[in-house]
Design a protein around this ligand. Structure first.
Ligand SMILES: [Mg+2]
Length: 223
């Protein structure tokens, strides 16, 4: 049975150089009038739903404004992506090409809103590479979105939705913890704000410095 691979997006596949935070600041200013609303709010490994609900609380706005903030954020995101000079991380294109030759499909497990994930990956021409995923629209708990992603990817590929066959790839200790909580294996890549030793300590089954070494990356993901 080929593995179900589910990738995180930010600092795993791409770096948007703060475009997401910029778009969210602009969205909160439009909806609540509060400037720099995201200041001091950690994003790493969290879901957009959890982040937006926390900032609404900080702004003294009710959670019922969640859909309005999402709409404004998705409206602002394409321009923010164009303004910031983000990049696809080293080794990602060759890795995705190699996986496309080896597997019937791959998926996403990301805290991004689905439409935000489409905007970010679409900006770099990568959205079509993913068959299905779990997203941050409905979940504040990352393990729940990992479970959704496994179910969605398995359905897209006609495979059993077995977490034991799933590998979640991410850059934060929260990505690793969510994978483990969902019953999946965790492969971590130290291209974000966490070191290889941080990610090993979080319980990752394997840790890569980056995807630059294609043979090592394929060995970790395909065994
Ligand atoms: Mg990430």
């Amino acid at each position: 049975m080929p593995p179900l691979l589910l990738f995180d997006i930010d600092l795993t596949l791409i770096a948007t150089s703060g475009a997401g935070r910029l778009a969210l600041d602009r969205a909160f200013e439009r909806i609540t009038g509060v400037r720099s609303a995201t200041e001091g709010v950690p994003f790493d490994g969290r879901t957009d739903r959890a982040i937006i609900l926390e900032i609404l609380r900080r702004c003294g706005s009710p959670p019922s404004r969640f859909p309005d903030v999402c709409d404004a954020y998705l409206d602002e995101l394409p321009a923010a992506l164009r303004e910031k000079s983000g990049e696809v991380l080293p080794g990602v294109y060759p890795l995705l090409d190699a996986l496309a030759r080896e597997l019937p499909g791959i998926g996403l497990a990301t805290g991004n809103l689905r439409a935000g994930a489409r905007a970010k990956l679409g900006h770099f021409g990568l959205w079509h590479r993913f068959a299905a995923g779990g997203f941050g629209d409905d979940h504040t708990d990352r393990a729940a979105l990992v479970r959704s992603g496994i179910t969605a990817l398995a359905a897209a590929l006609g495979a059993p939705p077995d977490p034991a066959e799933a590998i979640v790839i991410g850059d934060t200790p929260l990505d690793v913890a969510a994978a483990r909580a969902a019953g999946a294996r965790a492969v971590a890549v130290a291209t974000g704000r966490y070191s290889e030793s941080d990610l090993l300590a979080a319980g990752a089954d394997a840790v890569l410095a980056s995807f630059s070494d294609l043979d090592r990356a394929l060995a970790a993901l395909l065994g």
